[in-house]
Design a protein around this ligand. Structure first.
Ligand SMILES: NC(=O)c1ccc[n+]([C@@H]2O[C@H](COP(=O)([O-])OP(=O)(O)OC[C@H]3O[C@@H](n4cnc5c(N)ncnc54)[C@H](OP(=O)(O)O)[C@@H]3O)[C@@H](O)[C@H]2O)c1
Length: 312
């Protein structure tokens, strides 16, 4: 495994981290097996993956609980734990409401600590902006937690370029999480360069295009009715076949390097300036054992230009 440092901190993170929205993520995927999810996290730790990414909304607390069970017996300082809050599911009508008010965020954070069986979080993200609380006000609340020693670093996610600049007006942001992968390079326009210029670790989510860059999906692939990826445009009937055609071409580049398209996809992200770690997800231990091998793959300038040609 390769490691780096989260920007403006002394937190050492593995360049391949772990995405856990399918660990106990019953509200996002069909037929989630919790034991397989725990084994997925255990296997990641065995592979030297130390940077774990979860959120309170994954499984409405269940992902954090399962991760808490896995890490509770291990040295806490060997794990860099990231979680997120803002999505309130404990509402009167049961709908999920985004809330960035300092009072709500603090309450959500305290609940995350309990579920994760820890007394601090290394990296806490504001998961989504709520469209009413000024993002600076929400970040100011996290700055207080940092001063109180409850968190080590501040993250934001799912922001527009303008919101990101507003959130970082005092230079407080350590990490930004946005979708970024071979089939969606929209952040390259302004968000990624801003992170490079302002010393913010860019952590792409959906690094395998939510499974499409895993290389197994075919035209016949369908999503279960309650699978959250129904809201991702790549899976819409307009885009899906076009994306599969690109994956087929990328597979050839990978094969020429005796590699796979999933490893190529992660190595490509890790070769982008500003990307400090990727957080691929999965449901089974074998997936992360395979994924961890991607840290060995290094791409040449020629590989990168071949990939650009396919994507242009
Ligand atoms: N901040 C946010 O709003 C936000 C939003 C979404 C996600 N995230 C975070 O980002 C993480 C990563 O995103 P993601 O999990 O949605 O998508 P992803 O990492 O792009 O894709 C994960 C999927 O890729 C496939 N896969 C995994 N390992 C593989 C391997 N070795 N070979 C081939 N295929 C493989 C699996 O699909 P199959 O099981 O179908 O094969 C797996 O479910 C999440 O877990 C979560 O922590 C954050």
């Amino acid at each position: 495994m390769r490691y780096t440092t989260l920007k403006k901190t002394n937190l050492r993170i593995s360049r391949i981290g772990l995405g856990t929205n399918a660990v106990g993520g019953h509200n996002l995927f069909e037929n989630i097996n919790e034991e397989a999810g725990k084994k997925f996290v255990e296997a990641a730790l065995e592979e030297g993956i130390t940077f774990l990414d979860t959120a309170d909304i994954y499984g409405k607390g269940r992902s954090e609980e399962l991760i808490g069970q896995v890490i509770s017996g291990r040295p806490r300082n060997e794990i860099v734990l990231a979680t997120k809050g803002s999505q309130n599911w404990q509402t009167a009508d049961g709908s999920v409401q985004t809330d960035n008010s300092p009072a709500y965020l603090r309450q959500a954070f305290e609940a995350s600590l309990k579920r994760l069986q820890t007394d601090y979080i290394d990296l806490y993200y504001i998961h989504f902006p709520d469209g009413k609380t000024p993002i600076g006000e929400a970040v100011a609340e996290l700055v207080k937690w940092k001063e109180e020693g409850k968190i080590r670093a501040i993250g934001v996610s799912n922001l527009s370029f303008e919101q990101l600049q507003e959130a970082n007006v005092h230079g407080d942001i350590n990490a930004l999480q946005m979708p970024y992968h071979l089939l969606d390079r929209s952040v390259e326009k302004d968000i990624l360069p801003y992170c490079v210029e302002n010393d913010i670790s860019f952590i792409p989510y959906g690094p395998l295009a939510f499974g499409l860059l895993g290389g197994k999906y075919t035209k016949e692939f369908t999503l279960a009715p309650n699978d959250w990826r129904r809201s991702v445009s790549l899976f819409s009937s307009d885009e899906f076949e076009n994306s599969l055609a690109k994956v087929e071409q990328l597979k050839k580049v990978a094969a020429n390097k005796n590699s796979t398209v999933s490893h190529l996809s992660l190595a490509w992200l890790l070769s982008q300036n500003g990307v400090d770690s990727v957080i691929p997800g999965g449901k089974h231990p074998e997936q992360i054992r395979d994924t961890a091998k991607a840290s060995r793959l290094l791409l040449t300038a020629e590989d990168l230009s071949q990939i650009d040609d396919i994507l242009s």
